[in-house]
Design a protein around this ligand. Structure first.
Ligand SMILES: Nc1ncnc2c1ncn2[C@@H]1O[C@H](COP(=O)(O)OP(=O)(O)OP(=O)(O)O)[C@@H](O)[C@H]1O
Ligand SMILES: [Mg+2]
Length: 237
């Protein structure tokens, strides 16, 4: 347990450190879910997939690509690359916006995230049966406030789901001093909508060039005055 971390981030660290191989992170945008998923308890560079309505199975397992002189070769996708990892041991796969996956891609993600005993995929060129290496881990993320938008079969593959409700302190530490407290608190006074770290970063950078008022209006629009008031009186919760 790290005393400096908010409880949600402590949970993520503890769960990944204890060897749980399937974790789902959900919560408002811009709190550091993807950043953490790509880096925490990894054994090397992570593979990454971002789901959209148009994501296809080929973008997960691979596709045939022209290799010159009329030849085609099978190029493996991030799902299979993460199964293999370095030397077949497996590595981290990060699947962002999992709630958007549908149809073909969803079925393929179910296969990729299946339990190690059941998961296997046949290489279309060599005919090799590929299985996930023992160090293969998946962290999926979603902005959904609840887990109801996640298909049941997928949800079942992720017994541990952590609701992220605070920005990661590492992210906040790169902001100017006066913005750190507000960024950690996350929400404008009286407003339940979270202020994304991305907004704080943009405000911080713009403020240095254009002044606080203009920066706030560019980043927060109609909420600019509320943001500046909250900053001034330290009423950001
Ligand atoms: N621990 C950290 N240290 C430094 N920067 C960070 C850290 N965590 C997040 N960031 C930065 O904060 C921003 C938002 O982080 P990230 O993309 O991980 O958020 P997210 O929760 O995945 O958001 P979304 O739900 O919209 O995908 C990014 O610019 C990222 O680089
Ligand atoms: Mg993300």
């Amino acid at each position: 347990m790290d005393e400096g971390l908010p409880p949600c981030w402590n949970d993520v660290v503890d769960v990944l450190a204890s060897g749980v191989r399937r974790v789902l992170l959900f919560g408002p945008p811009g709190l550091g879910k993807t950043y953490a998923a790509l880096r925490l308890a990894t054994n090397g560079p992570a593979e990454r997939l971002t789901c959209t309505e148009d994501l296809t199975s080929a973008e997960i397992t691979g596709s045939w690509m022209p290799a010159g002189q009329g030849r085609w070769e099978w190029r493996e996708g991030p799902g299979i690359r993460a199964w293999r990892g370095v030397n077949g041991r497996g590595s981290r796969l990060v699947v962002d916006e999992i709630d958007r996956a549908s149809g073909d891609a969803l079925s393929t993600l179910l296969l990729i995230c299946d339990s190690p005993e059941s998961a296997r995929w046949r290489h279309p060129d060599s005919g090799e049966w590929v299985r996930p290496g023992e160090e293969f881990t998946v962290v999926v993320t979603t902005n959904s406030g609840t887990l109801e938008e996640i298909p049941v079969a997928l949800r079942d593959r992720f017994p541990v789901c952590v609701r992220i409700d605070r920005p990661h302190p590492g992210a906040v530490s790169t902001l100017s001093d006066d913005l750190r407290g507000p960024a950690l608190a996350g929400a404008l006074g009286g407003d339940e909508r979270f202020v994304s770290l991305r907004s704080f970063y943009a405000f911080d950078a713009l403020r240095a060039q254009l002044g606080a008022q203009r920066a706030a209006s560019l980043v927060f629009g109609s909420r600019a005055d509320a943001f500046l008031d909250a900053l001034a009186i330290g009423s950001l919760r």
